[in-house]
Design a protein around this ligand. Structure first.
Ligand SMILES: [Ca+2]
Ligand SMILES: [Ca+2]
Ligand SMILES: [Ca+2]
Ligand SMILES: [Ca+2]
Length: 469
């Protein structure tokens, strides 16, 4: 029996290897190869009604964060965005399933959200942060049945919050919560919450000295390759000690991010999260940061020379602003992630630099530190705000908001992209590469249109006789 199982395992492993070798070959991002383009179909799930008389516009207010989780336990991924959730497969809307995320003037009080099973009951819960009416980080307990309000639990009550990053900081599970404050304040340090196996589920830890690393943007990843995830900020990184919940974390001010064109020496905020990955494939993890409210997207190449670590900054983009959030996910199925990001549509209620520049959603393939931009959506904004403009609103002007999500929402094995922004909630359904085959022509035959002239027919040929005339 055991030998038969081993044989089966060997066969399965072989099949898996063949699949890996054949998938996505050649890679879409191979240097000197023509880029291949995945097909994405954007679908609008929900959005604000454009009704200026009632002070709701195509540009909101609307929730700007989304989470992807199986809410009802049917095995299909659903979407939460602010106060509402939408059940697969028809994206049936359930409004006001939780408190928080209240609409306040042009904004929704939800600047970041995420998902994890906080209380280990097998049901995914939602974590969200607010900065106006309900200040702090709260988790909402999935009750496992529809029509029941999700109970709110306070993780942290504080002002100046940008949001959080979920990851493995304790070393014993990926459910710890790194807190991100956008605002410095007396007595404020970078803090994190260790996830516990029982209520109250979280224990607070201080990561660094007062003020150090306290700025808009944060991320989690293993910088020094010792197997323990570290904490990255726009101005340096905290090294995880051997016992992360007991020993002090070590601060390394090895680099400084600022938006493109920012005043020299002036630190700048980054989007949330900051991403850690080996973007040039040299075995050392690098960092990607986008400007939160200025221009530019950059990667910081990690270098090691004679035991000394340094980071070299490379711009990926300098002409695009407001990379407020991003994610890594394997879109093309080659086993390697792509970088997904875009602009926050009309951040700070249109007060940001470049607010009326086109709004965009991009993804990037990368190889050896070369980043190739791919356009998911790109829309002009300025005409819609021209003085006297009174025409129809744009149909699809999509940004990434403040937290985008990725998941296989239609179960076809490909990763889809969910964005919530001021103009609505959208899914970019990933349809894979174009088939390049001619299928059934779905359109009505030419002759079925009234008055169609068969212009291809020879001039001197008699006109075709149409039946019934
Ligand atoms: Ca579901
Ligand atoms: Ca739960
Ligand atoms: Ca580490
Ligand atoms: Ca690297």
């Amino acid at each position: 029996m055991f030998r038969r199982m081993m044989l089966l395992a060997a066969i399965l492993l072989g099949v898996w290897c063949v699949m890996l070798l054949s998938a996505g070959s050649p890679p879409a991002d191979a240097v000197n190869e023509a880029p291949k383009e995945l097909v994405f179909v954007p679908v609008k799930i929900d959005g604000p009604i454009h009704d200026p008389a009632r002070h709701t516009f195509w540009f909101g207010p609307f929730a700007e964060c989304s989470s992807v989780l199986d809410i009802d336990g049917d095995g299909k991924l659903d979407i939460a965005a602010g106060r509402n959730y939408y059940l697969a497969p028809n994206w049936t809307k359930h409004a006001d399933y939780r408190d928080g995320a209240a609409t306040n003037g042009p904004d929704v009080d939800d600047n970041y959200e995420g998902t994890m099973d906080v209380n280990n009951d097998g049901r995914m819960d939602v974590i969200s942060s607010g900065w106006m009416l309900k200040q702090g980080i709260f988790w909402y307990e999935n009750p496992g049945k529809p029509g029941v309000k999700w109970q709110s639990h306070t993780l942290l009550q504080a002002d100046g919050l940008e949001g959080m990053v979920i990851g493995n900081l304790s070393g014993h599970g990926a459910k710890d919560v790194l807190v991100n404050f956008f605002a410095k304040k007396a007595g404020r340090s970078v803090i994190w919450f260790e996830h516990l196996d029982q209520a109250p589920w979280f224990k607070e830890h201080t990561l660094g000295p007062e003020g150090v690393g306290v700025i808009h943007g944060a991320g989690i990843g293993d910088i020094n390759g010792d197997g323990r995830d570290d904490v990255v900020t726009p101005s340096g990184w905290f090294e995880a000690p051997q016992r992360p919940t007991e020993q002090p974390w070590i601060w390394h001010p090895d680099y400084q991010f600022a938006g493109f064109g920012a005043a020299p020496g002036r630190p700048g905020g980054a989007g949330l999260p900051i991403l850690v990955y080996d973007f040039n494939g040299d075995g050392l993890n690098d960092i990607v940061m986008g400007s939160d409210h200025g221009y530019g997207l950059a990667w910081f190449e990690q270098k090691m020379e004679n035991g000394k670590r340094s980071f070299v900054q490379h711009w990926i983009e300098t002409e695009y602003p407001t990379f407020h959030t991003m994610a890594l996910a394997d879109l093309d199925g080659d086993g390697k992630p792509e970088l997904i990001t875009g602009k926050q549509l009309l951040a700070h209620n249109g007060g940001d630099v470049g607010a009326l520049d086109p709004v965009f959603v991009f993804y990037y393939t990368f190889n050896k530190g070369h980043f190739q931009r791919h356009v998911l959506s790109y829309s002009y904004l300025e005409p819609y705000f021209a003085p006297g403009y009174n025409g129809p609103p744009p149909t699809f002007a999509i940004g990434v908001g403040m937290r985008l999500s990725v998941g296989d929402l239609d179960g076809d094995g490909r990763q889809d992209i969910v964005v919530a922004c001021r103009s609505g909630l959208y899914v970019f359904f990933n349809k894979g590469y174009p088939s390049r085959t001619r299928g059934r022509n779905p359109l009505p035959d030419r002759d079925s249109y009234p008055g169609n002239v068969n212009w291809e027919a020879p001039r001197n040929a008699p006109p075709p006789v149409k039946p019934g005339r």
